[in-house]
Design a protein around this ligand. Structure first.
Ligand SMILES: CC(C)(COP(=O)(O)OP(=O)(O)OC[C@H]1O[C@@H](n2cnc3c(N)ncnc32)[C@H](O)[C@@H]1OP(=O)(O)O)[C@@H](O)C(=O)NCCC(=O)NCCS
Length: 228
């Protein structure tokens, strides 16, 4: 099944290969990261847009350890979007996904491509049993805040002068599981208390991942294409 999209189609109803609003423009493909030969293209795409410069070691840190959490958007053979993430245990308790970089080429924005890349990353993390996903974004980055909040992320913390340019950041957070289903290995009383406080702070319907954000078609494509 392929959906026709109009400009008003909500992000939650866009399937993974139908982010274009004008079918005559061609089709955007979403592909998993394959290897180092793609790195120069990803770096060019990202360095063009993010306020923080990253060294090649930062890219390798993410891509060598978590290649399966990187997804690319392509228009033909042109790289037009990328998401790079990691997944690690946090404070010896929760399995925490972290979205490190997300960029869409500025001539392709506001067509659901960024949201689709983030959803691919979240699904891959969920498949690896992640408990939660976090990221930081500049306070002034309205586009990113809107994108993530549409997907259920909440503003967890404000980090003062977090970026080199002096701008504050928000730490955004999305819980993939209810507290009772989360990992509790080696959890100290302090960790436990902190988690209780965090969960209480989130209202019943905010901050938790909603499976309904992915339509059936999107999920089926994920399974077939990426095995997630
Ligand atoms: C942030 C970014 C990845 C968004 O990519 P995108 O493909 O345009 O995102 P989407 O089309 O999926 O948009 C998702 C939602 O955010 C909104 N949005 C996206 N860019 C926006 C902007 N500049 N201003 C206001 N809203 C914006 C869209 O309207 C959409 O909401 P809607 O579905 O309710 O209409 C892209 O703007 C970008 O690469 N920016 C530079 C790098 C960056 O800031 N990365 C994020 C770092 S945390």
């Amino acid at each position: 099944m392929r959906m026709q999209l109009g400009p008003d189609t909500p992000a939650s109803q866009r399937s993974w290969d139908t982010a274009r609003t004008d079918p005559a423009e061609g089709e955007i493909r979403y592909v998993p990261y394959k290897g180092e030969e793609q790195l120069p293209y990803l770096m060019a795409l990202i360095d063009n847009d993010l306020s923080e410069p990253y060294s090649i070691y930062t890219y390798r840190f993410f891509l060598h350890s978590w290649p399966d959490l990187c997804f690319l958007a392509m228009d033909g053979d042109k790289y037009i979007g990328v998401v790079i993430s990691k997944l690690e245990r946090h404070r010896s308790t929760t399995l925490r996904g972290y979205i490190g970089m997300l960029v869409v080429d500025n001539t392709y924005r506001k067509r659901g491509i960024g949201s689709t890349l983030v959803k691919l990353s979240i699904e891959a993390m969920k498949n690896k049993d992640a408990d939660e996903v976090v990221l930081e974004t500049e306070l002034t980055n309205g586009g990113a805040l809107r994108l993530y909040e549409n997907l259920g992320f909440i503003r967890d913390k404000r980090l003062s002068r977090y970026y080199l340019n002096g701008v504050d950041a928000f730490r955004l957070k999305l819980w993939l599981k209810r507290q009772e289903d989360m990992h509790t290995c080696e959890e100290t009383a302090e960790d436990d208390q902190a988690h209780h406080a965090e969960h209480e702070a989130a209202s019943a319907n905010q901050g938790y991942y909603d499976d309904a954000l992915l339509d059936d078609d999107f999920e089926q494509q994920l399974r077939e294409r990426f095995g997630v």
